[in-house]
Write a protein that binds this ligand. Sequence first.
Ligand code: SF4
Length: 293
Amino acid sequence: MLQYEGSIWRPPSEARSLILQATVGCSHNACIYCVSYKQKKFRVRGAEGIRHDLQQLSSGQKSRVKRVFLADGNALAMTTDEMADTLDVLSDELPRLQRVGTYAYARDVDSKSISELKQLHKKGLGIVYLGLETGDDDLLSWVRKGVSSRENAEACKKIRKACIPLSLTIILGLGGKEHSERHAKATAAALNEIDPEYVGALTLMTPPGTAIHEMVKRGEFRTMSSLEILRELRTIVADLELTSCIFRTNHASNYLPVRGTLNRDKERVLDTIDKVLEKGDLSSLRSSYLRGL
Ligand code: SF4
């Protein structure tokens, strides 16, 4: 039986993956909306930690593993050697392994060359999830993301040049109503420049324990209504010019789940959003209760 340190977070698409903590916590751990790793001090467990975890599994269990997701917040913070050793342990121990995924922070990518990333891809790193959040620099600075939109874009382009599939998240409602248009336009522009394989939109949550929760309590930040969020989503989708990107709003935080390959399905996705907006029909949206707010 695997033992994890603290709560574990993973992308929705890694629901069937074996989750292993190659690192604990997040090396940045400062974003004002993020509660995920607040109680954890960042450290690397690396190949030794993973080997120890895999010893807890039977050979039957190991033979069924096809996908692994390396937690916590940004396992790509490991050095190239640490990551390569970790991937080697996984491929030695898991005979049917097809793909390893990880979260990454732009600075983790910046510290690696394209050839190093290619080497990691060859060893099994099959997808990188990166929180773009917004393409707007003022908002990135306000949420204490610690990187600029340019740094995010350069990191993403490096991952793409290494031929590693890239999945980005953006956060609807991040700028509140006041900055919604700017956030939407800049985010669409950033996505167009990067042209990733996957984009997942989340809706801003403000759970207790986050700095943004305190701002909401003090009246310094007002979260957007479901229809305002939907209008923002519409502005983003309308501006997207992507080659072949699976775009999803299936995360539990969202009001309206939509899915499409963009740009091919752009009109259908816009149509789905427009139908709700035209009717102002809140009954078709997820309730705040179901969103876990
Ligand atoms: S970089 Fe990601 S995991 Fe780390 S604090 Fe920010 S949102 Fe949370």
